[in-house]
Design a protein around this ligand. Sequence first.
Ligand code: NAD
Length: 381
Amino acid sequence: MKIGTPREVESGENRVAMTPDSARQLQKLGYDCMIEAGAGAKAGFSDETYRDAGVEVVDSADVLWAGADIIAKVRIPTLDELDYLTADKTLITFFNPGGNEEGLNKAKEKGANVIAMEMVPRISRAQKMDALSSMANIAGYRAVIEAGNNFGRFFTGQITAAGKVPPAKVLVVGAGVAGLAAIGTSTSLGAITYAFDVRPEVAEQVESMGAEFVYLDFEEEQQDGSATGGYAAVSSPEFREAQLKKFRELAPDIDIVITTALIPNRPAPKLWLEDMIAAMKPGSVIVDLAAEKGGNAEGTVMDEKIVTENGVTIIGYTDFPSRMATQASTLYSTNIRHMLTDLTPEKDGQINHNMEDDVIRGATVTHQGEITFPPPPPKVA
Ligand code: NAD
C-alpha cells in the first residue's frame, strides 16, 4: 500500500506529516511513500531529501490523493480535501471531530476511514502517538521564547561591570503538558519561576523542575480542581476567588505570565483580569496559550499581539507548533509513524484497522461508512 502526504492547504501552516526520516521507517513497515512536491519545504525538508529517502515526489494534490491508500496530514481537512476520499482510503490527521460535523458526514458519505490524532486515548501505551502532547510541549517551549523576544531584559540575574541585573519573574498558570514545558524552559533560562494549577498533585513536579508552586490561602482538601482522567474541572466560586486574590497579589511583581489553563470541552477560564494587567509593570509580557479557547487573560486577541495602554504586551498566537515547523513535523510524523506501526502488525505494508484495539478504536471517527465518534470509554486506564 502507499502512504501519501499532501502539501497543507491552510495558509500559514508550515508543518508536514511525513519527514524523510519517518518515510524511511514507514518503508520498513512495508509501505511505499509518496509526497506532494514542496510539502516539506516550509519545515526545512526539500523534495530532494525525500527522494533520497526513497519517497516518490508527485506534482499535484490530485495525483497524491488519487494514488495514496493512506493519507497522512496535519491540519483539519477542508471539504475539498475530503472530496478526494474513497471507500478504500484511510485518512490520518487532526480532525476536531467534536466540532466538525460537516467533515464527519462527508467522510461517512465517502465510506472512508478517518483516524483523528487528537482522539488518541491518553493512556500510557498510546503516549508515543499522543500528538496533542507533542504539540503542547512545543507550544510551552515556544511561549517562553516568544515572551523573551518581547521582553526588554534578561531572564537570568547578572552582576556585570555595568551594573546588577535582577532576574525576571515568570508565572506559569496551568501545569499540564504545555505548562510544564514552559516551566522547564523558563527555569533553564534562569528566571525565577512560579507556577499554579488547580490540581495540587502537580506541585511536586513543578518543584522538581526548579519552580515554586503557588499555594492558595485555601484548605487544600477543598481544592476542587481534580477530576477523573487527570483533567481539571470548573472551580467553585470560593476557590476561584482565592485564586484571583493570589494573582492580584502577584501581578505587580511578575514580569512574564504564561497562561495554559484549560478545562476539557469548555471555554478557557478567565484568570488574568484587567485589573491584574493594569497592575503589571510596563514592558511585562503575557503569552496566552489558551487564546484559541477564548483566552485566560482579559484582552487577549486570538492570533494577534497587542500592547495595552500601560505597556503590557499580550500575545494570543495559536500557531506556536507551526512556528517551529521542523521540530513539530519531526515529532508529529513520529506520532503518525507509531500509529501506523500499530495499524500494521504484520509489517507487510497492509493496514489492519483493528477496531478491537482500544487506541485505534478511540481515534477512529469514521469507519466503513459509519460515524464512530464519540468512542466508547477506553477499557484500559
Ligand atoms: P490541558 O491542556 O487540558 O489543561 C492545562 C492545565 O490547566 C491542566 O493542568 C489543568 O489542570 C489546568 N487548569 C485548568 N483550570 C485551571 C485554573 N482555573 N487554574 C489553573 N490551572 C488550571 O491539560 P493537558 O496538558 O492536556 O493535561 C491534562 C492531564 O492529562 C494531566 O493530568 C496530564 O498529566 C494528563 N496527560 C496524560 C497523558 C498520558 O497518559 N498519555 C498525556 C498527556 C496528558
